[in-house]
Design a protein around this ligand. Structure first.
Ligand code: TPP
Ligand code: MG
Length: 391
């Protein structure tokens, strides 16, 4: 957790961590776990804040478990799409640490606004991982209750959710829910490509001038489909925050510990009434944009290999082994749990009932409408006309 978090003094601590206090080599990047799994005790970010985490062994193992599970479930969803069971899938492969780190940094009362790729955050919010698969199978519209889980619906329209989050966060202030430890904070997820959208820049302005309790969490995975980062910006994305009047920081998005520390700090500032901030989680989309995309057409293998060496799970595993926080039995057990959960996910996807086509008229308006009733009746008539025919 970030320095100054009162939780730090009440948690169980590891004795004498074999770690060092050191810059990462990149002064712009907050990192607490190097790609080879070496722990850095604390680091001062470009925002002048000293970041550190202080987890118990059990908590470290919990983060590792989360990372492995969300990767496995994501791989299963990709496989299901390839087998024709989903219409589309947007994989999080490579972005597990950015999502688990920020997802676990949320407190129960915090509200999250995702894009279409935040399956890891969804998992951390306690939502059944089957939920987004119904959406991508085309049999429902998501299915979870955003208020129950404090996790909004997926948003495909690039950047739109940042405005929704800003309005929501302004409402949090009006409801008097900020200003203390138990205040509510809001987090909005978006990608590097989204930073070029008007919506995102408008959200920055509104959140800034209304001091909204909002963390803008940009997963810079280096691409917007085939468009590389250099087509979005000439300055590091986190630095844009300064122009809007709030702090910005770049974190190693493949480092679950640093991502947690940075996100927790920003969320706590927001809940205490200190307004918005921007986190740029520097990461890489290891897979295709979606299952409809072929990344070999626009990026070279050596780039992917270089990022492979920065894998978020491998570095956490190396750290756990080096510090003897986990042993072989633990890793086997986690893999076995992941395997079981993936099988369960697959079985439940295959068993999902096809909805009656007429249900597309449901949930359009909360109380229906005469026009919709008319269209439903027309559709039913048309649909019934096929009865008995081969089609
Ligand atoms: C307003 C809008 N314009 C275009 C698209 C098509 N589109 C879907 S994903 C995408 C790229 C988004 O890239 P980024 O924000 O970096 O997020 P990532 O997919 O890399 O997570 C685009 C242009 C869209 N969904 N919405
Ligand atoms: Mg992107």
């Amino acid at each position: 957790m970030a320095k100054g978090d009162p939780g730090a003094s009440t948690r169980g601590r590891r004795a004498a961590p074999r770690s060092r206090k050191a810059p990462t080599g990149d002064p712009e990047l907050v990192q607490l776990l190097t790609p080879t799994g070496e722990r850095i005790d604390s680091v001062t970010g470009p925002d002048g804040v000293e970041y550190r985490v202080d987890f118990t062994d059990e908590e470290y193992r919990g983060l590792y478990r989360d990372l492995v599970l969300v990767r496995k479930l994501d791989a299963e969803a990709t496989a299901l799409q390839r087998q024709g069971e989903l219409g589309l899938w947007a994989s999080l492969l490579g972005q597990e640490a950015a999502q688990v780190g920020s997802g676990r940094a949320l407190r129960a009362q915090d509200m999250a606004f995702p894009t279409y790729r935040e399956h890891g955050v969804l998992y951390c919010r306690g939502i059944d991982p089957i939920m987004p698969l119904g959406l991508f199978r085309g049999v429902d519209q998501g299915g979870w209750d955003p208020n129950e889980f404090k996790f909004n619906m997926y948003t495909i329209v690039i950047g739109a959710q940042t405005l929704h989050a800003t309005g929501y966060a302004m409402g949090v202030v009006m409801d008097g829910k900020t200003g203390g430890e138990d205040g509510e904070a809001v987090i909005a997820y978006f990608g590097d490509g989204a930073t070029s959208q008007g919506d995102v820049n408008e959200a920055f302005v509104w959140a800034s001038v209304f001091n909204a309790p909002l963390v803008f969490f940009c997963q810079n995975n280096q691409y917007a489909i085939s468009e590389p980062l250099e087509r979005q910006t000439r300055v590091p994305l986190y630095r844009r925050a300064a122009g809007f009047g709030f702090p910005g920081v770049r974190v190693d998005g493949n480092d679950v510990l640093a991502t947690y520390a940075v996100a927790r700090h920003a969320l706590d500032n927001a809940r205490q009434g200190q307004g918005p901030s921007l986190i740029e989680a520097y990461t890489y989309r290891m897979g295709a944009h979606t299952t409809s995309d072929d990344p070999t057409r626009y990026r070279i293998a050596s780039e992917v290999e270089a990022w492979q060496a920065k894998d978020p799970i491998a570095r956490m595993k190396a750290f756990l082994e080096r510090e003897k926080i986990a042993d072989g039995d633990f890793f086997t057990e986690v893999d076995e749990q992941a395997r079981r959960e993936a099988i369960d996910l697959r079985e439940r996807v295959l068993a999902m009932p096809d909805p009656a086509p007429v249900t597309m008229f449901d949930h359009v308006y909360p109380n229906g409408s005469p026009l919709l009733d008319e269209q439903r009746a027309q559709f039913n008539k048309y649909f019934d006309s096929f009865e008995g025919s081969a089609h």
